[in-house]
Structure formats: C-alpha cells, structure tokens
Design a protein around this ligand. Structure first.
Ligand SMILES: [Mg+2]
Length: 204
C-alpha cells in the first residue's frame, strides 16, 4: 500500500475507536493505580469526538485541524489536550487527499512535535510519551514505502514502549507522588496510545 487516502485514514480512526472502547475499563483501572481512574472514559470521549469530526473530512489538513479543535472544544483534561495537540500537529505537516510513505511519516512527526510543546514529559517518565516517542521515531527510520510496514513498525515500538512502563516509577505530574507504588503496572496513557497505534496497523 503506497498511498493512504482520506477514506483509508477514516478506517484507521474507526478501527482505533472500536479497540479503545473495548479496552476502556482496562485503561481506567490502570489510571486508578496512580491517578483518578478516568483515563478510559477520557480517551474514549476524546477519540469519539475526533472520529465524528473526521466523518465530514475530505482533505487531510482541514480534517486533522477540525479533529484537534473538536477535541479541545468538546472535551477537557490532559488526555484531551494531548490528543488534540497530536491531531493539530498532524495537520501542520499534512495536506492533500492522499499521503505517500513520506507523507505519513511527516504527519506523525508533526503530531509528536506538537505534543512535545504541550508536555515536558520524556520517555522514562511513565507517561504516554513512552509509547508515542518510540512509535514515531521507529516510523521515521522505516525504509519501506509500504504504509502498512510503517504503521506496523510504529505499533510494535509503541507496544514495547508501553510494556516498558511496567517497571518504571512515575516521574511526572501528580502520579509522581505515588512513587514506588506505581511500579508493577503499565502507564494508562502509554497503554491507550499503544492501542491506538496497534489499531492503525491492524486496520489496513
Ligand atoms: Mg486520570
């Protein structure tokens, strides 16, 4: 698959929403270990709003921009801020009605760059960045022009990153107060973002 059309992208979103909904309780339970236990609800709400907004999209830049703003306007909290920033950043580096391999890489790199403007969290802090950063980095270094390969490499790196958070001590935000008690459980955000990347790869 050498091109990703807007309609293909909507398939990725719809499949990710389905998978995220299936695992909503798991994400909330992980969040409850070191937080308020609302992550499942928050990610389902934000992703639902984005997917709904994308339905009327006909072109990448405006569709992704509308998705990001819809999340910002209709939902609140850190999950929304980060997911909204991700789609807005993807919009910055995307245009047209279909993307080739380089276009897909640029879209995800734009998403990461904008998330990095919203949070100081780095890989190793036990946050969603432990899934997002390795996923986007792996995509950038993929030499295949097959978009399925790029999404698969990103999904594998995201899963590995999310799994690596099990042994980490929370080092960011309020979760830091839980210290040692956070060890032994995966981070909820890293897990949900990894689910999103896995779903993108599965959908094609
Ligand atoms: Mg929470």
């Amino acid at each position: 698959m050498e091109k990703l059309s807007v309609e293909d992208f909507k398939r990725l979103l719809n499949h990710a929403l389905l998978r995220i909904k299936e695992r909503e309780n798991e994400f909330s339970q992980l969040d409850a270990v070191i937080g308020d236990g609302d992550h499942g609800t928050a990610i389902v709400s934000a992703f639902s709003v984005a997917t709904k907004s994308a339905e009327k999209g006909t072109e990448y830049k405006s569709m992704l921009n509308d998705m990001g703003f819809a999340i910002m306007l209709e939902t609140s909290g850190s999950t929304s801020t980060l997911l909204g920033a991700f789609f807005l950043g993807m919009s910055d580096t995307s245009q047209g009605v279909e993307l080739d391999a380089d276009g897909v890489k640029a879209m995800f790199a734009g998403g990461l760059a904008n998330v990095q403007k919203q949070t100081q969290a780095k890989p190793g802090d036990k946050t969603m960045m432990d899934a997002l950063v390795p996923a986007v980095d792996a995509m950038q270094s993929c030499s295949s022009i097959n978009i399925k390969d790029i999404l698969r490499i990103g999904a594998d790196a995201a899963l590995k990153g999310a799994k690596s958070t099990v042994d980490m001590k929370a080092n960011f935000g309020r979760a830091r107060n839980y210290g040692e008690r956070s060890i032994g459980y995966a981070d909820s955000g890293a897990t949900s973002w990894s689910c999103m990347f896995a779903s993108f790869a599965e959908a094609l």
